[in-house]
Design a protein. Sequence first.
Length: 150
Amino acid sequence: MADTIEAKVTHRFKASPERVYDAFLDPAMVRLWQQAWSEQSGSGGEMTACEIDPVVGGRFLFADMRADGEARHWGTFTALERPTKIAFTWYTDPSEEEQTSLVTMIIEPEPDGPGAIVTLYHEMDAQWAEWVSRTEKGWITMLQAIDTVL
């Protein structure tokens, strides 16, 4: 196995673990938070595809149109344990499919309230080490966008 590195972010949600979990697998919710993410990140893209087969081994595809063309994100679910864990491969280019790119989200109840704490780990090929901080920024922006629509 190739050497890997890890990006890690944590976000506290006001919503329950069940609502946070469902927001990742419900196409209508994904469209809402993708739009919020697009606005927050400044990418300005309009979502062009949102396909989700929410079973272990099922695939997903998110795509949005940006100034420089369509951006596609896809993968396969490797673990789905409602409401505590979602894991999936994550790719943005076909050439990446031969490399490690595994995202694991651990969803825990907020100990002092009704919300949830999500810790997201993105294990990727070590050749992407210089992209760790940018990857973390992207994931935290996405988690914040999800929080705004829950």
